[in-house]
Design a protein around this ligand. Structure first.
Ligand SMILES: [Zn+2]
Length: 630
C-alpha cells in the first residue's frame, strides 16, 4: 500500500471503513461499503484534504450500489425539470453516474444539495455535465473511446497515481532543474521542451513544423537525454500542430504514460492529428503515426480545468491558466520541488481581450522563470488596434463582394477561424456587410462545434451568449462544406466568403480553393494569421507571381492574379507591445526570462528589449541547448 494511503487511513476513525483505495491520477479515491460513512464521512475527508493538500474522494463499493433502473427513477424524481436532463450514463468501474443536462447549476442544487441526496439514496457518485447545443462528432468519438476502455483507464490512472506518490513525503529536497530545447527555439514550429529534475522527466509540447522540409519537421527526439522509456509525463499547452502534432508519435514510440491538457485541447488535438493523416495521404506521403496511435493518446490523456492544481510527478505540480490564444489554450505553471522553483511557460498567448477570449492573468503565487513565445516580438511587430483590423477585414471583404469576387481566408481551424466567424456574423447583423454565404469548410466546422461544447473555456461574453442559448456559432450565415462535390459547388457559385484550413496554404482545403481562385483578379485572399517561413502562404504574401501544384501526379502552374491582403491585428498571438506589457504586469517579477517560439532576429530583439527595460536576465536558447534553472 502506498505511504500516502497509509497516512490517510491512519487519520480515519476506523481504517476498516475503507475496503480499497485507488488513484485516479493525482486524485485519491477511497471505496467504502458503509452507507452511513459514505454520506456522513464527508467532513472527516474534507479535514484530511486540508491537512495533506491532496484531493480525496469517497465512493461506494459496487456491491452496495442501488441497481441502475431504480437509480434512474430516483434521479428523475430528484432533478427539477429546469435542469433539462438529456441522459444518464453509468460508469460502473468507478461507481459514478454521469448526468448530462442542459442546465448544470439546476441539477447540482444549492450547496450541491441535489447531488448529495442522489448519493444518499443510490450510493452512486453523481457527476454533472453540460450537454452541448450541437453534438461534436469528434468529442462523441472520444467519449466512446474512453467508455470502451474504462477498465484499462482505471488501471492506467491508478498506475499514474502510484508513480506520482512514490516516496511521498511532505518535504522535498531538490538539487537541480534543467530544460532542454528540442524544437521551437529561435524558430516558430515543432515546439518541444524537456524538463528534467533528479526525480522526473517531462515533455512540454511536442509539435510538427508543417512548413518545414522533411529533416526539420520534427523536434530532436534522437538526443541522448531523450529516452521515451524515461518520460514521466507529457504536457500540451494547446491544440495547434506546432505544439500538439507529434504527440501520437510518442505513443507509436511506445509511450504509455499520461498526457495532460484541457478537454477542448484533447478533442481538437485528436481532430488535427486525424486531419494530418489525411493530408499526408493526399500528398502521397506515409503518415508518421496512425489512427490507433491517436486513440492511445486519447486513452492516456488526463484533462484539467483552468486553475486546477495537480501533482504530475513526485516533485512537479501543474496548473493550467487561460492563454487567450485558442480554445483550451493554456499558460503552463509548474511548481517544482514543493515550491523550490516555479516556471511559467506561456505556450502561445494573446495578452489582450478578443471576441473569443479574455486576456490571461498576470498574478501568480510564484514565478522564478518565465519561458515566453516571441512570434511577434520583433521591433516592427506592433499591430494596429483590434477595431481597426476588424474594420479593415470587413472593408476588404465588402469590396470583393461588390466586384462579384470570392474571399478566401485560410485559417488554422482553431482560434482565428472562430474569431473571424464572430466578426463577420456581427458585421452582417449590423448591415456593414451584404448577406452573402459564409462557407465553413469541413474541419473548421468540426472545431466550431467543439467550441459550443466547452463554453466555460471561452471569454465571458461568448460564454454568456452560449449559455443563454444565443449561440453565435450557429448563425444561419454559416454554411457547412464537407465533400469535394460541395467544394466544387462553392467554387462555381457567386460571391461568398470561404474559411478553410490550413492557415499557411500547406495542404488542406485552403490550397484547393486557392488553386481555383488564384487566376481571377476579382477574388481576394486574406491572411489573418502567422505565415511560416517557406510556406506557400508566406510566398504569396511576399508577392509570388505563379504557383505550382501537383494534381493527380501532373504539375500545374497557376498565375496568381487575385488580390492579396494581410491583416495582422487579428492574430491570436501577442504583438510586441502586448508581450512587453505582459512582462511588465507579471506579478511576481520573474528572475529569468527565456525567449522561444520566434524567428531568430525577433527573439533576440525582444530579449534585449526586455533586459533593458526590466533588468531581468534574458536567454534565447538555440535548439538542442540546455538551460539550467537551478
Ligand atoms: Zn498556437
Amino acid at each position: 500500500m502506498a505511504d500516502i494511503i497509509k497516512t490517510i487511513l491512519s487519520k480515519l476513525p476506523d481504517a476498516k471503513l475503507i475496503d480499497s483505495a485507488y488513484f485516479e491520477g493525482a486524485n485519491i479515491i477511497l471505496y467504502t461499503h458503509d452507507k452511513k460513512f459514505l454520506v456522513e464521512g464527508e467532513p472527516i475527508i474534507k479535514q484530511i484534504v486540508n491537512e495533506i493538500k491532496k484531493r480525496i474522494e469517497l465512493r461506494a463499493v459496487p456491491e452496495i450500489l442501488v441497481n441502475k433502473e431504480e437509480t434512474e427513477k430516483i434521479i428523475k424524481m430528484l432533478l427539477p425539470k429546469e435542469a433539462g436532463l438529456d441522459n444518464i450514463e453509468f460508469d460502473e468501474q468507478r461507481s459514478i453516474v454521469v448526468l448530462n443536462v442542459k442546465n448544470p447549476s439546476m441539477a447540482i442544487g444549492e450547496n450541491a444539495s441535489i447531488l448529495k441526496e442522489i448519493k444518499k439514496q443510490t450510493c452512486w457518485t453523481p457527476q454533472v455535465k453540460r450537454s452541448p447545443a450541437v453534438r461534436s462528432r469528434i468529442t462523441e468519438a472520444i467519449i466512446h473511446v474512453l467508455y470502451a476502455s474504462s477498465e484499462y483507464r482505471k488501471k492506467f490512472l491508478n498506475k499514474v497515481g502510484k508513480a506520482i506518490y512514490k516516496g511521498w513525503t511532505a518535504e522535498k529536497k531538490q538539487e537541480w532543474i534543467r530544460v532542454s530545447f528540442l524544437g521551437g527555439a529561435r524558430q516558430v514550429g515543432r515546439s518541444c521542451l524537456l524538463l528534467q529534475t533528479p526525480e522526473s522527466k517531462i515533455i512540454i509540447d511536442c509539435g510538427i513544423d508543417v512548413a518545414a522540409t522533411n529533416s526539420e519537421k520534427f523536434p530532436y527526439l534522437n538526443v541522448p537525454e531523450f529516452d521515451i522509456k524515461d518520460i514521466d509525463a507529457v504536457i500540451i499547452s494547446h491544440a495547434h500542430l506546432d505544439h500538439s502534432g507529434l504527440v501520437p508519435y510518442l505513443f507509436k514510440l511506445g509511450y504509455r504514460g499520461p498526457v495532460y491538457m484541457t478537454a477542448p485541447t484533447r478533442d481538437i488535438a485528436a481532430l488535427l492529428a486525424l486531419d494530418y493523416i489525411g493530408v499526408s495521404y493526399k500528398q502521397a506521403a506515409q503518415p508518421i503515426f496512425s489512427v490507433s496511435d491517436i486513440k492511445e493518446m486519447v486513452k492516456h490523456t488526463i484533462t484539467l480545468n483552468y486553475g486546477e492544481v495537480t501533482d504530475i510527478a513526485p516533485d512537479v505540480r501543474l496548473t493550467f491558466f487561460n492563454a487567450g490564444h485558442a480554445l483550451g489554450s493554456s499558460l503552463v505553471h509548474l511548481n517544482i520541488g514543493n515550491g523550490l522553483h516555479n516556471v511559467l511557460y506561456t505556450g502561445d498567448f494573446k495578452y489582450s481581450k478578443t471576441r473569443l477570449f479574455d486576456p490571461p492573468r498576470t498574478k501568480y503565487a510564484r514565478v522564478e522563470t518565465l519561458i515566453m513565445e516571441s512570434t511577434y516580438g520583433g521591433r516592427n511587430d506592433v499591430m494596429p488596434p483590434r477595431k481597426q483590423s476588424e474594420k479593415a477585414l470587413i472593408e476588404n471583404i465588402a469590396r470583393t463582394i461588390k466586384r462579384k469576387g470570392k474571399v478566401l481566408i485560410p485559417v488554422l481551424g482553431v482560434g482565428r477561424s472562430q474569431e473571424v466567424m464572430l466578426i463577420i456574423d456581427d458585421a452582417i447583423k449590423q448591415g456593414l456587410l451584404q448577406n452573402v454565404p459564409v462557407y465553413i469548410d469541413g474541419m473548421v466546422w468540426d472545431v466550431t462545434t467543439i467550441h459550443t461544447a466547452y463554453p466555460e473555456f471561452l471569454g465571458v461574453n461568448v460564454r454568456k451568449q452560449i449559455i443563454a442559448g444565443e449561440n453565435p456559432f450557429l448563425s444561419e450565415t454559416f454554411k457547412r462544406v464537407g465533400s469535394p462535390t460541395e467544394r466544387e459547388e462553392v467554387i462555381n457559385s457567386g460571391p461568398c466568403i470561404i474559411l478553410a484550413t490550413s492557415g499557411m496554404l500547406v495542404g488542406g482545403a485552403s490550397v484547393e480553393y486557392f488553386r481555383e481562385l488564384a487566376d481571377n483578379k476579382k477574388n481576394m485572399i486574406i491572411f489573418v494569421s502567422y505565415q511560416g517561413v517557406n510556406s506557400l502562404g508566406r510566398q504569396v504574401q511576399e508577392g509570388l507571381k505563379e504557383a505550382r501544384f501537383v494534381v493527380e501526379g501532373k504539375e500545374e502552374k497557376v498565375p496568381i492574379k487575385l488580390e492579396v491582403v494581410s491583416i495582422e491585428g487579428l492574430s491570436g498571438h501577442s504583438d510586441r507591445n502586448q508581450l512587453i506589457n505582459f512582462v511588465n504586469n507579471l506579478k511576481p517579477t520573474p528572475r529569468r526570462i527565456i525567449i522561444n517560439h520566434g524567428e531568430q532576429s525577433k527573439s533576440l530583439d525582444l530579449a534585449s528589449t526586455l533586459h533593458k527595460f526590466f533588468k531581468i536576465e534574458t536567454t534565447v536558447p538555440r535548439n538542442l541547448e540546455v538551460v539550467r534553472l537551478r
